[in-house]
Every structure is written in structure tokens, then in C-alpha cells.
Design a protein around this ligand. Structure first.
Ligand code: URA
Length: 434
């Protein structure tokens, strides 16, 4: 099929033959098919969707556009976790060492923050010396010898996605479930994993604002996994308020270490335990969730989880002492408390608004080339359901630039909603799909 015919067939709602999808994707990756034809096809997919067979072929073509790592010589079931992104989402920082401490090898390729959401790589890089640009050989060695490695996307993994994502970004075709699902799964499948846990977030700070859209995305990714012979479990989790207390890179590292020591906010702790327990079951080191949770608690109680994080940090050239001596992490120059304006109960916190305020403070990126300030951010002293008194500290703001402070304080305060009584508590894990 010529590119024109393929675009027209999709525009008319026909399903495309897998080999034609493959040829089109290969041509696009090599530059033989121009951006305008790929953007027309993406727009046709946006309106007409793809069948499971088409989506499998589309994802496989993206996956095989580059190197597909083979970790089959490393013992154990290799399991990773992917989150669709949120505000205060530092789960990977605690989940990877916990899973590794319990015997599940975790090959993790993560991303950077953009807009209101943070990125695991930026958080890790706030640990002095920490490097996320290890070679594939070092990545393999760490997965084998340490049990976990957290690096950034390499140029050789799923290059079609890199090119396509940039194109979708400027052609209004990002928010399309089959295109999102294939983009995420092609990158994850290139890592060399055997199984995957998905944290699909929903709520004010999430990509998918409505739970039914989050579930549809999760089901699509599970379907792609099945087509590729990989077991995928998805948890739909709440992002209607930021996760935990800390928002900002080094503040989130501290909260992650607190979690591994057993003393972090309940929502963040539950997110980590629920997702890691799924990894332990998929990794065949626990027979069910209850047994997995017992193993995780033991790794926390014994100190093995914190030790595993120190080991990861040391192997990735970071300062392992910073894991327990927070004075070695970057800190902001100024710290001020933002006071509650009146007596009442916190009934909502707009996660996206908090994420954008953190970005304005310097904790996040407005553009892909923006420079991050690792020490700045917020500690949310009050979360949804908490009672507050007028003048009581609501949010602690860690800042470096006085000129930004007043605007940021105004924005964070505007993100809070208050009422006379607490709303019905929303569970953190809203749904489980497999
Ligand atoms: N994240 C991705 O990796 N790809 C998308 O298409 C959207 C979010």
C-alpha cells in the first residue's frame, strides 16, 4: 500500500494490514515518509482508532525501530513499573530499591519532568553525583548484581517513538489512547522486561482526568502486553491531590528515604506498597498480595530497603551518605510557611495547580531545555480531609528566588479548597486491572 492509500483507508475507518503498518513506520523512522504523511495518519487514528491487531503491529514496529534489550541471561523475572505521571509522584524512588531488596530485578528506564509533572531522573539527579546516563553494559551489570538500575532513555531505544512523540506534540494528536498506549509500551518493552506494573493516574493532576479514560488506557496497554507475551497489571490510582507531602526534587528524595524507613505519608506509602506488591507477585517471589506486603514490611523494618537504595546510589556514582544525611542534599536558601486563611477543612487540592506553582518556583521544566533548581519545592502540611485553623501552617515553601515567592504563594493558596466538613475519603487505589 502506498502511504496515500494507507492514510485514506484509515480515514475511512478500515483496519490496516500489519505489514503495511510496519512498512509505513519503518519508512517514517528512516526519513523516507515525511512528517506530513505521518501526522495525517495519526489524525486519522485519532478519529477512527485501531483494532487490537493494528495496535500490536504499530507498537511492535515502534519497538523494533531500535535496539530491544535482552536480559534473559539475568536470573529472575524482570519487572518494571510505569506511571503515567503526577505531582509528588516519587514512587519509583522507593519502589525500585524495595522490589530489588525482595529479590525482583528491576530494569527501569525513566523520564524527565515536563510542565506540572515531575520526573524520576530529575529527582535522582538531586543526589550529588548521581548519573542516569549509564551505558547499556553497566545497566545490565547493575540489574544482575544490584537488582535495580534507573537510567534515562537512550537514543537507540524505540527511536520511532522519540520522533513521533515530538510530531504528535505539535499536531494535536497526543491525547489519543492508542497512540499513548503504543508510545509507552514500545519504550517499556525495549527495556528487556518480562512483566510490567502500570500506575495509571486519574484526577486533577493526571493526564487522564476521568477514571473511565484511565481504565481505557490501562486496558489498551494490558492488551498490547498480552499481544507481546508480557504480563501487565494496572492499578488506577488517585491523583486528585498531590501524592505525599513533598513536591520538588530533593524534598521528594528525602520523603522517599523516609518511606523506606517506614515513616512517610500514608497515601504515598500505600501507593508504593500496592505497586511493589504487584511486582513481587509478577516476579514470582510472593504467591499473593498479602505475602508480598509481609516481605515489603520486613525489608523496611530490617533496613534492607534503605541499604539497597544506598547501593543503587553508590553504583550510579552518587553520594550514598546523602541517602541518610539529608544535609548533603541540595537545600533552598529560604523556607517560609504559608498560613491557612481561615478555620475549616481541606476539601480539595488542585494537583495540576500545585505542579505548575512548583514549576514556576524552579522545581520543574516549562520547556524541555529548562534548567531545574533541585532544592526548591513544597511540603504540604495539610492534605484533603485535614482540619485547619486560621494562621496554621498549610504549606512550607522552599525557595531560592525572592522575586518568584509572592506569585508562587498566591498560586499554591489558590490550589486549596476549604469547606465546613471533610469530603468522603477517596481510596488511593481506585481500580485494579489485568
Ligand atoms: N507518555 C508517553 O511516553 N507517550 C505518550 O504518548 C504520552 C505520555
Amino acid at each position: 500500500m502506498r502511504p496515500y492509500e494507507l492514510i485514506k483507508a484509515k480515514r475511512e475507518g478500515h483496519s490496516l494490514p500489519p505489514d503495511a503498518i510496519r512498512t509505513f513506520m519503518d519508512g517514517y523512522t528512516k526519513g523516507a515518509i515525511p512528517d506530513y504523511q505521518m501526522s495525517a495518519l495519526c489524525m486519522a487514528v485519532f478519529f477512527k482508532g485501531m483494532t487490537a491487531v493494528e495496535l500490536g503491529a504499530w507498537t511492535r514496529a515502534m519497538l523494533e525501530s531500535g535496539e530491544v534489550l535482552d536480559l534473559s541471561d539475568i536470573p529472575g523475572v524482570k519487572v518494571d513499573k510505569h506511571s503515567t505521571g503526577g505531582v509528588g509522584d516519587k514512587v519509583s524512588l522507593s519502589l525500585a530499591p524495595l522490589a530489588a531488596a525482595c529479590g525482583v530485578p528491576v530494569p527501569m528506564i525513566s523520564g524527565r519532568g515536563l510542565g506540572h509533572t515531575g520526573g524520576t531522573l530529575d529527582k535522582l539527579e538531586s543526589i550529588p553525583g548521581f548519573r542516569v546516563d549509564l551505558s547499556v553494559a553497566d545497566y545490565r551489570r547493575m540489574v544482575r548484581e544490584v537488582g535495580a538500575c534507573l537510567i534515562g532513555q537512550t537514543a537507540t531505544l524505540a527511536p520511532a517513538d522519540k520522533k513521533l512523540y515530538a510530531l504528535r506534540d505539535v499536531t494535536a494528536t497526543v491525547d489519543c489512547i492508542p497512540l499513548i498506549a503504543s508510545s509507552i509500551m514500545s519504550k517499556k518493552m525495549a527495556e528487556g522486561i518480562d512483566a510490567l506494573v502500570l500506575d495509571v493516574k486519574t484526577g486533577s493532576g493526571a493526564f487522564m482526568k476521568r477514571q473511565e479514560d484511565a481504565a481505557a488506557l490501562a486496558r489498551t496497554m494490558i492488551g498490547i502486553g498480552a499481544e507481546m507475551g508480557k504480563k501487565v497489571v494496572a492499578l488506577i490510582t488517585d491523583m486528585d491531590q498531590p501524592l505525599g507531602s513533598a513536591v520538588g526534587n530533593s524534598l521528594e528524595v528525602m520523603e522517599a528515604v523516609d518511606m523506606l524507613g517506614g515513616c512517610a505519608p500514608a497515601d504515598y506509602t500505600e501507593a508504593t506498597l500496592a505497586l511493589t506488591a504487584e511486582m513481587l507477585v509478577l516476579g514470582k517471589v510472593a504467591k499473593d498480595e498479602q505475602e508480598a506486603r509481609g516481605q515489603l514490611q520486613e525489608a523496611i523494618r530490617s533496613g534492607r530497603a534503605v541499604k539497597k537504595l544506598e547501593e543503587i546510589v553508590r553504583w550510579q556514582h552518587g553520594d550514598p551518605v546523602a541517602v541518610t544525611d539529608y544535609a548533603r542534599l541540595p537545600r533552598a536558601r529560604g523556607v517560609v510557611d504559608l498560613a491557612a486563611p481561615a478555620d475549616g477543612v481541606v476539601t480539595g487540592i488542585d494537583s495540576e495547580a500545585v505542579g505548575l506553582a512548583a514549576m514556576a518556583l524552579g522545581a520543574g521544566r516549562e520547556r524541555t531545555d529548562s534548567v531545574i533548581d533541585p532544592g526548591v519545592g513544597f511540603l504540604l502540611r495539610k492534605k484533603v480531609g485535614d482540619r485547619v485553623r486560621a494562621g496554621e501552617p498549610l504549606v512550607q515553601v522552599h525557595f531560592n528566588d525572592d522575586a518568584k515567592l509572592e506569585d508562587v504563594k498566591r498560586r499554591v493558596l489558590a490550589a486549596y479548597r476549604f469547606g465546613p466538613s471533610a469530603p468522603v475519603p477517596r481510596p488511593l487505589v481506585l481500580q485494579r486491572l489485568q
